[in-house]
Write a protein that binds this ligand. Structure first.
Ligand code: NAP
Length: 317
């Protein structure tokens, strides 16, 4: 019986710009799952380029944005949010008609505005944001299964041809992600409460502990209970990436922070007045949310006391 020939890769040539955690994970996954005939890695940093060559996770490596753009079907911008506009501007004149530009930035409204104005007629923008990551950065931090079972949100601006959005969806689904589409504005509101404000709280609580005078820093580190220690993991996230997120999602973050402050004041009042019923009711509600996250497969119920999980380490192939 004749064998079915393997399906051709959905993309001929993909250029990934910024080979950090996310960019290098896309390079690894695109190769592992056969999603492109040629993967071009573009990074401004010579040391990153050298490391990408050593890791052999791309077919070509360059620091030249024009070279990365030429003849490319899909460009995925994986640089910090504040660098998206200038990088798109430098690549735009070299993109071929029909090319698709995407990104992985954690903020969408300002990124769409920063990229779209530079793109020539016939080049389509399909922004994306994988809800996956770790607190590590750089090309060594990536792994091919980072997106498996995780959501990726696409925010194609009005007028984007369906075919262009479908190709970007195929890339993410090919890497094992679940894809949902929404407006950039809605994305920014949702992520403000699920990701951006939690990071701000983590940065703040770790900063407060570091500034305490009555409790020494060595005591904070030595006796860090799981609550504080989990915050330190989040607060170890890349400073450039997070600076750019707060500079670019200001309104949604301030809106959610306002609500957070009101709710925190109510909790403080319950503590002050010894209102155990209010505290218990709140903690019961929040526990149910944690359980639904586990039930949806977005985390495991395994206790995490900072120990490495062998299955996860194996997945980092
Ligand atoms: P990363 O590991 O720090 O990698 C960023 C890469 O971009 C690095 O190679 C960096 O080079 C390069 N870069 C920085 N500034 C640049 C510029 N002006 N021009 C060209 N290249 C530049 O960061 P990441 O975690 O992969 O994040 C990349 C993007 O993914 C960000 O937009 C972030 O919002 C988004 N994202 C991150 C996560 C996460 O959990 N980390 C999750 C979802 C989405 P250098 O080494 O020279 O700095």
């Amino acid at each position: 019986m004749p064998e079915t020939p393997p399906a051709p890769p959905p993309f001929d040539r993909i250029a990934i710009v910024g080979l950090g955690l996310i960019g290098s994970s896309i390079a690894r996954a695109a190769r592992r799952y056969g999603l492109a005939r040629e993967i071009v890695a573009v990074d401004a940093d010579a040391a990153v380029r050298e490391r990408v060559r050593e890791l052999a996770i791309a077919d070509a490596v360059t620091g030249d944005l024009a070279e990365g753009a030429r003849g490319t079907d899909l460009v995925v911008l994986c640089v910090p949010v504040g660098a998206m506009g200038p990088v798109a501007e430098a690549m735009a004149p070299h993109l071929k008609p029909g090319a698709v530009v995407s990104d992985v930035g954690s903020v969408k409204g300002s990124v769409v505005a920063a990229i779209q104005s530079h793109l020539p007629e016939g080049v389509h923008l399909v922004p994306g944001h994988p809800i996956a990551g770790t607190e590590y950065s750089g090309p060594d931090a990536g792994f091919s299964t980072l997106f498996a079972g995780r959501w990726c949100i696409l925010t194609p601006p009005e007028g984007t041809p369906d075919a262009a959005a479908a190709r970007v969806r195929a890339l993410w689904e090919g890497m094992g992600a679940l894809v949902e589409t929404m407006s950039p504005e809605h994305h920014d509101l949702v992520l403000a409460i699920t990701s951006h404000v939690p990071h701000l709280i983590a940065y703040n609580i770790v900063g407060t502990a570091a500034d305490l005078e009555a409790v020494t820093q060595s005591e904070v580190i030595k006796f860090s209970a799981s609550g504080f220690r989990d915050f330190t993991r989040i607060a170890a996230s890349d400073p450039t990436m997070w600076r750019d997120i707060f500079l670019n999602n200001r309104d949604a973050v301030l809106e959610m922070l306002g609500r957070f402050n009101e709710d925190l004041a109510a909790l403080a009042k319950a503590v002050r007045w010894g209102d155990g019923d209010a505290l218990h009711a709140m903690f019961t509600r929040t526990r149910a949310i944690r359980r639904s996250i586990v039930a949806l497969g977005q985390d495991t119920a395994a206790p995490d006391f900072g120990r490495p999980r062998p299955a996860e380490d194996e997945a980092k192939a």
